[in-house]
Design a protein around this ligand. Structure first.
Ligand SMILES: O=C(O)C(=O)C[C@]1(C(=O)O)C=C[C@@H](O)C=C1
Length: 355
């Protein structure tokens, strides 16, 4: 046998051993699944998954690329989870939106992912138990808060169980042709806005057409000559489009933060963030007073956002993120104190910080 043949035999042998280990791992995961059913513990444990990725990255001797560890083990864990419990996860669709990409990165290809038409239907599907988890966008580093998601927390009792950051890269996708052939550009208004300078420099005469999502833009362009879509690389794969230019957004620091929502509060991981919302009767100085319980305990406030209560003009609720878990003594006490003078208070969840 020549040298190439021998090396391929060695690869076949190693693949068999990897497969055997994968099956042994799957059996252990199934045992964990049975145990969790008895103990009534959640099947999906994001903090454990994160710990697995981090540990493997830190001990990887190479040359297997550390970046590939996340991709490979994402699917291994996703496969284990599908054996423990067939898990349905809904996300703000349609397919190939950035929320879909975030859901795939979090749950892997083996989860039963289903697209919803709106943020409120993602909440409804999870609240009714038809889906176990939902994925929604919460804020973009350039555009700010996704107000519809914030508003849903006012009505809903669902909890935040995870956060996930995704770097947003807008690409120019075409079915065929070159830049000079593009007469129309389809995209979501935010994506068009984020690529405004690039469009002025490269396609100043093209007509800009606003559609409901970047994925919908890709779908249209698949059937329309002389048109281009601004969408993700993932949309290019799904609709078999060609990436003519990549990373065309004006600001390359472009991230979106997504939330995974579920029905239960999670246990502390030691690296948590807690989100609450509260309301109060307006009078001078009251917002400062509301924050004092946190200041007095030297708690780190990570973010504050206000939204109008739509039922009453000029009244607001505040969304506050605190470093730590709601079961940590000082946070528990501060929230209790705040509750004594707030007109409304809700804990939206404690979850492991993504960064
Ligand atoms: O450790 C667990 O709790 C498991 O269920 C196993 C496992 C895994 O495959 O490693 C699967 C799903 C969980 O989200 C985390 C980890």
């Amino acid at each position: 046998m020549d040298q190439l043949g021998k090396l391929r035999e060695e690869i076949d042998d190693l693949d068999e051993r990897i497969l055997e280990l994968l099956n042994r791992r799957a059996k252990v995961a199934m045992e964990i699944g049975h145990l969790k059913k008895v103990l009534r513990k959640p099947f999906y444990v994001p903090s454990r998954e994160r710990a697995i990725f981090e540990r493997l990255r830190s001990i990887n001797p190479g040359p297997f690329p550390s970046d590939a560890i996340d991709t490979v083990f994402r699917e291994i864990i996703s496969a284990s989870l599908s054996l423990e419990y067939p898990m349905k996860v809904v996300y703000l669709g349609p397919k190939a939106t950035f929320t879909h990409v975030a859901a795939l990165q979090k749950f892997g290809k083996l989860a039963q992912l289903a697209a919803c038409k709106s943020i409120s239907s993602v909440f409804d599907e999870v609240a009714s138990g038809r889906a176990l988890y939902g994925v929604v966008p919460i804020e973009n580093s350039n555009e700010g808060a996704v107000t519809h998601t914030l508003d849903m927390f006012l009505e809903s009792d669902l909890k935040i169980i995870e956060e996930h950051y995704l770097e947003i890269s807008h690409d120019l996708l075409v079915n065929d042709g070159e830049l000079g052939d593009v007469r129309r550009i389809y995209s979501h208004p935010q994506a068009l806005d984020q690529c405004r300078r690039w469009i002025e420099d490269h396609l100043p005469h093209a007509q800009q057409v606003v559609v409901t999502s970047t994925a919908r833009a890709a779908q249209i362009v698949a059937d329309e000559p002389n048109s281009a879509a601004i969408a993700s690389r993932h949309a290019a794969n799904l609709y078999k489009l060609r990436v003519l230019e990549s990373n065309i957004q004006d600001n390359h620091e472009n991230y979106t933060r997504f939330l995974v929502i579920g029905r239960d509060l999670l246990e502390p991981t030691g690296h948590d963030r807690t989100s609450i919302l509260f309301g109060f009767k307006d009078r001078p100085g009251v917002l400062g007073e509301m924050l004092e319980p946190f200041k007095n305990r030297s708690l780190n406030l990570m973010k504050i956002e206000s939204r109008p209560i739509k039922k009453k003009a000029w009244e607001y609720v505040f969304f506050l993120d605190i470093e730590g878990h709601v079961e940590d003594g000082p946070i528990k006490e501060a929230i209790k104190e705040l509750d004594s003078f707030a007109t409304l208070l809700k804990v939206l969840g404690s979850f492991r910080r993504a960064r």
